[in-house]
Ligand binder design. Structure first.
Ligand SMILES: NC(=O)c1ccc[n+]([C@@H]2O[C@H](COP(=O)([O-])OP(=O)(O)OC[C@H]3O[C@@H](n4cnc5c(N)ncnc54)[C@H](OP(=O)(O)O)[C@@H]3O)[C@@H](O)[C@H]2O)c1
Length: 427
């Protein structure tokens, strides 16, 4: 028996998938109980050279033709973006065809519509590759941990920013220097906005939160800060205090509400996420029964991502052959998304002040007035000025903001420098 696959897109991921299906054919047939045959491939440019061994006549630039072809059993969408990917997936699902997609942007914005269409038709919509490429994450969350209560997920889910932060940490480069190096080595796009401003991580955080907490979270619900404003001095201060700076995607269940955010954070060097370097990704999960769990690996790249797509494809093929279907999204509760100003974090705060008696007392009193408790303080003197570095205990974002408002107004304060959250210490 053969399962006929319609492939939408044959770029980095699509072409790696074609090669993988070819290279691993015997294993795939044994595991899927059927041969996988790529019978139709949609691309934008038919003239482009591709590193795949498929007859030319299987290619078309008409993606709709692939989806509607009655001989296609399963559709793999690796075009990316919102349209035409959304309409093509809906058209496939409406025809009762299972779909595998790697498209985080689409799922983070239109996931509910697509999952509802899949539920209505009773077909699989699988998306393991959409978050952290080759790292198995969606299936562990949906299946292996289905009986556990997940409290919090913290992830390094963007390889570009992790590479940039690793270079800043290890070679003392500035953000711009590290970004230029990432671009030269092909780890960053020419327009790096989606990565460095945290949009890519926010889309992944929305998908992770939706799966982990059985609710609907869209990309726009995710609080987001990028890494472009981080300085070599922040990285250096972090090191001196025993932290490393990482861009984290954090999804938490807080008293039945869901808090989802992406921002740079200081992570203690002993925390497992601190040792995740270069373009690697990792996701740290905390759940009641299993305790702490970490998944680590290649979050991007054609082959790692194709590996995740192929796992889903084999699942869909087995279900097609056996008449079943994979895990569904299950009931979706409507949980409140907790706004950032109600969230609680530990903070690192750098304040530049006049080196005069009484300064510390004035600042400490501003912290105290808003109930923000100071965990540690360091003073670094420079000529007439001093730099004060505070690390707080957990406090509400709103209270920290009010504190900083008052601190800025003190005449002995020259400048409030960086404010960074400290994560993974007090919890
Ligand atoms: N690359 C990664 O490391 C990675 C990791 C995780 C997830 N993903 C996701 O995987 C998906 C694909 O990424 P990719 O890196 O493989 O992208 P890519 O290299 O840009 O490939 C996109 C493919 O889609 C084709 N295409 C674009 N518009 C089309 C249209 N209207 N009709 C038919 N074909 C069309 C392109 O055709 P041409 O070749 O003719 O231009 C190309 O083959 C995205 O959703 C991405 O977010 C990628």
């Amino acid at each position: 028996m053969a399962i006929r696959v319609g492939l939408l897109g044959c770029g980095h991921v699509g072409s790696a998938l074609v090669r993988l299906i070819d290279d691993h054919a015997p294993i795939i047939e044994a595991r899927a109980g059927a041969k996988l045959e790529i019978t139709r491939v949609a691309v934008r440019n038919l003239a482009k050279e591709r590193d795949v061994e498929l007859p030319h006549e299987r290619f078309t630039h008409d993606a709709e033709e692939v989806v509607t072809d009655p001989s296609v059993d399963v559709v793999v969408e690796v075009i990316g973006g919102i349209e035409p990917a959304r309409s093509l997936i809906l058209a496939a699902l409406e025809r009762g065809k299972p779909v595998i997609t790697a498209n985080k942007e689409l799922l983070a914005n239109f996931g509910r519509e697509l999952f509802t269409a899949a539920e209505d038709r009773g077909v699989d919509l699988l998306f393991e590759a959409s978050v952290c490429g080759g790292i198995p994450l969606i299936r562990p969350l949906r299946e292996s941990l289905a009986g556990d209560r997940i409290r919090r997920i913290m992830g390094i889910v963007n390889g570009t920013t992790n590479f940039v932060l690793t270079r800043m940490t290890e070679s003392g480069s500035s953000f711009m220097e590290a970004l230029a190096e990432a671009q030269t080595l092909g780890y960053a796009e020419r327009d790096p906005t989606a990565d460095v401003e945290g949009y890519d991580a926010a889309a992944k955080a929305a998908i992770i939160a939706s799966i982990a907490f059985g609710t609907q979270v869209v990309a726009g619900d995710v609080y987001r800060e990028g890494i472009a404003d981080l300085t070599a001095q922040d990285i250096d201060s972090a090191r001196n205090l025993g932290y490393v700076v990482k861009l984290l995607a954090i999804a938490e269940d807080v008293d039945g509400e869901v808090a989802v955010r992406v921002h740079p954070a200081m992570v203690p060097v002993r925390h497992p996420l601190a040792s995740v370097k270069d373009s690697f990704n990792a996701v740290f999960i905390q759940a009641d029964a299993v305790g702490d769990l970490m998944l680590y690996g290649r979050g991007a790249g054609g082959m790692p991502t194709a590996s995740a797509v192929l796992g889903d494809l084999i699942d869909a093929a087995k279900n097609l052959a056996g008449g079943g279907r994979g895990a569904t999204m299950g009931a979706v509760a409507r949980k409140r998304i907790r706004p950032i100003d109600e969230m609680r974090s530990q903070f690192y705060v750098l304040v530049e002040v006049a080196d005069r008696p009484g300064v510390l007392a004035a600042i400490a009193s501003a912290f105290g007035a808003h109930g923000v408790s100071i965990k540690s303080m360091q003073q670094v003197g420079i000529a007439e000025e001093a730099r004060l570095i505070f690390v707080t205990h957990k406090a509400k974002e709103r209270d920290l903001e009010a504190t900083m408002h008052d601190v800025r107004a003190l005449d002995v304060v020259h400048k409030v420098g960086s404010i960074l959250r400290v994560v993974g210490e007090d919890d």
